[in-house]
Design a protein around this ligand. Structure first.
Ligand code: HEM
Ligand SMILES: Nc1nc2c(c(=O)[nH]1)N[C@H]1C(S)=C(S)[C@@H](COP(=O)(O)O)O[C@H]1N2
Ligand SMILES: [Mo]
Length: 556
């Protein structure tokens, strides 16, 4: 759908704009800054059917799985609809909110309002990337109330899809805007240096050149990846629910967690599966936040060992016959009441040298709200998504977590799989991450002096596999230098944290441009792939090809 954005935006700027909800537009991503939502309100009804055809054509032209599906669907919907061939310029029928409210199910058709407009989205329900149950929550009512929570919808291409389903307008006496409460109003303040990928929910990474200034990332600069609003948890009444082996559930207070179990500390790097997704997106559009190279950070985590807490609840060190899973639920919930959730194998929870934590400290400070206050799971060497924040409940089961994020997200696929053919049940959930490295200095496009160039970056690997070596090239990979590694001493098999590296190499005399490249080798001699295309996947996860930065040499 990314391709659709510029095209649809072009159409929109030329034509008209529906009334846009204050809250949603208040949180527009930077890419939309050129928009003028107040403009041209009301002119949309004239000529709507030709616009509809144009948007459909754009969808059909795309050839992209999702784009094509939406486009085709819209065409079918249009043909089936009695009013579809209304003369160009004819006004839309007018409805009351009560009439809209009668269309709340697939059988009665699903109608929603957005601004003053009425949409019949029945045919889009099964195509909705966020799932059927979510979109049905809006049935018969105003989208603004729900989109205030799911700000992913404040994008031109989403609104472009919506307009294809327009069937009417609200009667003038009903046009007062719903004023949704902003579910993100209680989010904590954040450091202004963070590069924001999405404001609501809050997703941000530190600038690359700041990332490698410190071995332990300062909490304020640590990347933040939230799917929902940050819950406000009262530490006094907080209880961690631990479902015991015989159906008895323990409720542990923070005080109990801190006093009954020895405090254990682990230095570990946390990386989001989407780190470096923007490089994958350049090969072919993927769905997800545009992370750069800094969707990872390192901290010293302090807390109780998960295995001590599980043993206290009555679980044996070895799982019962057959692999079991330890599931985690966060206290952050969406509007349908579904909590963020994930699971890890029982053997990881009990093993891993006892380094899986229920962390209440981060770099010697109380765990900050953005990072899961008062308690989060810390699974070193394992993808960020399983490190559940604002931990509310732990359970043990034969099945993996049934949450959306375990079942239908955070999985890798072949480059040949697209949104029409993907079957999430066929791929294993990502757990341990593959070897990774990236250049944080110089920045892409930087002007560097002749003579010598200093290159800096990070390297790490999942599963406790340390970094064996980092190779750096200043000539696109023809010749290589071995970088100097800097980092804490880590035991073999327990190397949970990154190594920062640095190399100063000669700039070939007379060169005007340099292709700086890095690649890491881990303790098992796994290496990064040289290019992105062969590891491309529709969700843009596990992006770990050699990192390449192009710079120009300025002669003095
Ligand atoms: C007609 C109404 C709707 C349309 C046209 C629509 C469209 C979309 C589109 C195009 C995406 C993918 C966005 C992207 O990744 O760029 C999306 C994702 C999503 N939508 Fe909707 N949506 C609608 C209603 C809703 C409602 C009412 C809810 C919640 C109550 C909802 C929840 C979600 C969620 C959870 C995602 C997934 C976000 C992610 O991938 O992280 N949507 N929707
Ligand atoms: N409860 C909860 N836990 C969560 C998330 C979330 O949205 N809710 N995001 C996950 C993802 S995808 C990542 S990458 C890490 C990010 O942790 P951080 O914000 O502390 O960097 O938290 C994970 N744990
Ligand atoms: Mo993540």
């Amino acid at each position: 759908m990314l391709l659709l954005r510029p095209i649809v935006r072009g159409l929109w700027v030329l034509q008209s704009t529906p009334r846009l909800a204050g809250v949603a537009w208040g949180s527009l991503p930077r890419a939309c800054a050129a928009w003028t939502p107040s403009r041209a309100q009301g002119t949309w009804s004239a000529g709507h059917s030709s616009q509809r055809r144009k948007v459909t054509a754009v969808g059909a032209l795309l050839g992209l799985g999702a784009g094509l599906a939406y486009g085709n669907h819209r065409r079918q919907a249009t043909e089936a609809e009695p009013n579809a061939e209304a003369a160009p310029g004819a006004p839309y029928p007018v409805f009351t909110r009560q009439e809209v409210g009668q269309h709340r199910s697939l059988a009665d058709r699903v109608w929603v309002t957005y601004g003053n407009e009425v949409f019949d989205i029945t045919d889009f329900v099964e195509l909705h990337p966020g799932g059927q149950s979510k979109i049905l929550l809006a049935a018969g009512g105003a989208l603004e109330l729900l989109w205030a929570m799911y700000a992913v919808h404040s994008q031109e291409h989403v609104l472009g899809i919506l307009r294809g389903y327009k069937v009417g307008e609200l009667s003038p006496e009903e046009q007062s805007q719903p004023t949704p409460e902003d579910p993100y109003a209680g989010d904590p303040p954040r450091h202004p240096a963070l590069k924001v990928n999405s404001l609501k929910p809050f997703n941000a990474e530190p600038p690359a050149e700041l990332l490698t200034e410190n071995y332990l990332t300062p909490n304020q600069l640590f990347f933040k990846r939230n799917h929902l609003p940050v819950p406000a948890v009262d530490p006094a009444s907080y209880r961690l629910q631990v479902e015991g082996p015989r159906g008895r559930t323990l409720a542990l207070s923070l005080h109990e967690l801190k006093s009954r179990f020895p405090k254990h500390e682990v230095t570990a790097t946390l990386q989001c599966a989407g780190n470096r997704r923007s490089e994958m997106n350049r090969v072919r559009p993927v769905k997800g936040l545009e992370w750069g190279v800094a969707a990872l950070s390192t901290a010293r985590w302090g807390g109780a060992r998960l295995r001590d807490v599980l043993a206290h609840a009555g679980y044996p060190e070895e799982g019962q016959a057959g692999e079991q899973h330890v599931g985690f639920e966060g206290l952050d919930q969406d509007l349908s009441g579904a909590a963020y959730g994930a699971s890890i194998p029982y053997s990881t929870a009990m093993g891993c040298h006892g380094d899986v934590l229920l962390a209440y400290e981060m770099n010697g400070e109380e765990l900050p709200r953005d990072h899961g206050y008062p308690l989060r799971v810390g699974v070193p060497g394992v993808v960020g998504a399983r490190n559940v924040k604002w931990l509310g409940r732990i359970s043990v089961s034969r099945e993996e977590s049934q949450s959306h994020w375990q079942q239908n997200d955070y999985k890798g696929f072949s480059p040949s799989v697209d949104w029409d053919t993907v079957d999430f049940s066929t791929a294993p959930a990502i757990q341990e991450l593959p070897v990774q490295s990236a250049i944080t200095e110089p920045a892409p496009g930087a002007a560097v002096p002749p003579g010598e160039l200093t290159v800096k970056g990070y390297a790490w690997s999942g599963g406790g596999r340390g970094v064996g070596r980092v190779d750096v090239s200043l000539d696109g990979g023809r010749t290589w230098h071995v970088a100097e590694l800097k980092g804490e001493e880590q035991a073999p098999g327990r190397a949970w944290a990154w190594q920062l590296w640095q190399l100063t190499g000669p700039v070939a005399p007379g060169s005007t441009e340099l292709d700086v490249v890095c690649k890491a080798v881990d303790a098992s001699y796994n290496v990064q792939p040289d290019t992105v295309a062969p590891i491309w996947n529709l969700r843009g996860v596990l992006s770990n090809a050699w990192h390449r930065v192009h710079v120009t040499v300025v002669q003095d």
